[in-house]
Ligand binder design. Structure first.
Ligand code: ADP
Ligand code: MG
Length: 371
């Protein structure tokens, strides 16, 4: 049974009636361009085959009732209560879209996107919810409409939930195309779909989930945002610089150097993909990891150990992905080397007493859709 089918079934079990419809949106992995979205930079995410599905039925009494297995159920007054916890991601989207005529809903959520693994389960939930509301209330969902929905999802996460994420996760969840990575210009939301056919080259994008959850709302992610803002106040928009700025403050100088060099690496990666030289992404990924670890200081031992193990076992390149301080590593490798790399990552983690990692293969998939 697909995730979408399960969402419809769970809805019927929980609410005793069929939903009006089911919508889903994918998790994502960012090939390159990490921690640059809020600096108005470039990034190159792709959607995962893993999705979060929402089965939705509208209500007319102002209540929002939510169910997701493994999470506390939510029953809130849409116009009175502020919804805390996971329900905030859904209530926040309703709030940000401010849909005329919206008077409540019952929603069942089912997902196979790992939660808190740096693969953007939060944006998958927001994007599926936003597309559902768009379908039910006739909001535009063409390319421009999806950009607007993504921006509403960002407001939901920033202003309602209080997690200061950029805009990449929501944009890719709504706008991804199968078989492509998406070059996203975070300054204006423009997207270009770049064919990414690793599979036909015998190459796999392997995601190693270290099993160490990150916490975006615990402050360190926000600290980096503030540092990047401070660097930009001194040096001008980092996005426009062709080389790292010479700032007096050594911390801000390193943060800015990460942003400027990472944006350059995104351009290099796009050139490599356009030339059909997928394996040449490897050194670019390695350089990104070093920059995130040493200049931006958002890696952690679990991520470093996983990336090193993957490289030692034959990956062309590996880097941490997502906000950092835990979460996942992306490794690019020959498809035949996947078992060896998985074994190496497990052994390395066990040797350090880290949690046992889990794995998924990232095949570039489509954005939010009606099931
Ligand atoms: P990530 O987006 O990397 O997975 P976040 O910390 O940004 O991690 O978002 C994870 C949070 O999103 C969860 O703690 C939960 O509140 C919410 N969430 C994500 N997926 C689901 C789901 N399937 N059901 C309920 N809540 C979810
Ligand atoms: Mg998230």
């Amino acid at each position: 049974m697909t995730v979408c089918e399960r969402a419809a079934r769970v809805f019927a079990e929980v609410f005793g009636i069929d939903p009006d419809g089911v919508w889903c949106a994918p998790g994502r992995v960012n090939l390159i361009g990490e921690h640059v979205d809020y600096a108005g930079g470039l990034c190159l995410p792709m959607a995962l085959p893993h999705v979060t599905a929402v089965a939705v039925r509208t209500r007319s009494d102002g209540r929002l009732r939510l169910h997701s297995d493994g999470f506390d159920p939510v029953d809130a007054d849409l116009f009175g209560d502020r919804v805390d916890g996971w329900g905030g991601y859904v209530a926040g989207v309703a709030w940000a879209l401010d849909v005329p005529g919206f008077t409540g809903a019952d929603i069942a959520v089912v997902s196979d996107v790992p939660v808190g693994a740096g693969l953007s389960s939060s944006a998958a939930l927001e994007a599926a919810t936003a597309l559902a509301f768009a379908s039910l209330y006739m909001l535009p969902s063409d390319e421009a409409g999806r950009d607007a929905l993504a921006r509403a999802c960002v407001r939901a996460e920033n202003e309602y939930v209080g997690a200061p994420t950029g805009g990449m996760d929501q944009q890719i969840a709504l706008r991804a195309r199968a078989g492509h990575a998406m070059l996203l210009d975070c300054a204006d939301g423009r997207a270009e779909h770049i064919p990414f056919d690793a599979q036909t080259h015998g190459v796999t994008v392997l995601v190693i989930d270290t099993g160490t959850g990150h916490r975006l709302v615990d402050g360190r992610y926000g600290d980096r945002r503030a540092e990047v803002d401070a660097a930009a106040r001194r040096a001008g928009p980092l996005r426009d610089l062709s080389s790292p700025p010479a700032l007096d403050d050594t911390v801000l100088r390193r943060r800015a150097r990460h942003v400027v060099t990472e944006i350059a690496r995104v351009r290099d990666a796009v050139a490599v993909l356009r030339a059909g030289a997928v394996r040449d992404l490897g050194p670019i990924l390695d350089a990104s990891h070093r920059s995130l670890r040493d200049d931006f200081e958002v890696s952690c031992p679990e991520l470093d150990v996983a990336a090193d193990a993957a490289r030692a076992a034959g990956a062309f390149g590996a880097r941490m992905v997502g906000g950092g301080f835990g979460g996942s590593v992306l490794a690019l490798c020959d498809t035949g080397d996947v078992p060896r790399i998985e074994e190496a990552a497990r052994t390395a983690a066990a040797g350090r007493g880290f949690p046992r990692p889990s794995f998924l293969e990232a095949v570039p998939s489509s954005g939010a859709r009606r099931c």
